[in-house]
Ligand binder design. Structure first.
Ligand code: AMP
Length: 176
């Protein structure tokens, strides 16, 4: 089975206008997930250059980031760390808040999810304004993680989300 190109994966992403509110064009990745070859290919592109032994943990952002981060962790044979919306994790957490267009949101991670110095890669489905990923980076920094990269299947480049991710190495498979 030949691995799909980035273009082929991009063509499977469904653009849904005005979801969840007017003016937003939602990038629906479920057609990629529903096709085993495209899902596996998306994982190949997301994990390009990462070898077993080069990373200790994969962190994923609630909720679609979990899909890619959990698959990546299983592929690399390493642990998965969920970064969740506030109030969902049962044990002691550290939290970071960030600004939304209206109001703010908070993400949290278990205090023992990463040991200081562990090499961590952070994954999410999509980088938009960078608020969510920026808060996730801040959480991992607070735990003492050695963040070796931040990767996204999709980046909405015109929103300049990268600027919120500090000097970390950033990779996005598909850019708009
Ligand atoms: P942001 O904090 O603005 O970078 O938003 C990133 C989060 O919101 C990601 O976890 C995405 O899942 C979601 N998101 C933002 N914009 C879109 C979009 N146009 N299509 C799909 N998901 C989006």
């Amino acid at each position: 089975m030949n691995s799909p190109s980035v273009t082929e994966i991009e063509q499977a992403i469904r653009n849904v206008p005005d979801f969840p509110k007017p003016g937003i064009q939602f990038k629906d990745i479920t057609p990629v997930l529903a096709d085993g070859r495209l899902f596996a290919g998306a994982m190949d592109h997301l994990l390009a250059g990462l070898t077993q032994g080069s990373v200790d943990k994969v962190a994923g952002i609630d909720a679609r980031g979990f899909i890619f981060a959990a698959a990546a962790a299983a592929r690399l044979g390493i642990g998965f760390v969920p970064i969740r919306k506030k109030g969902k994790l049962p044990f002691n957490t550290v939290e970071e808040s960030y600004e939304l267009e209206y109001g703010s949101a908070t993400v949290a991670v278990h205090i023992d999810a990463v040991r200081p110095g562990e090499r961590v890669i952070l994954l999410d489905d999509l980088l938009a304004t960078g608020g969510t990923a920026g808060a996730a980076v801040a959480l991992l920094n607070r735990l003492g993680a050695n963040l070796v990269g931040v990767r996204f299947l999709i980046e909405l480049g015109f929103l300049n989300g990268r600027e919120k991710l500090g000097g970390n190495e950033i990779l996005s498979v598909i850019r708009y």
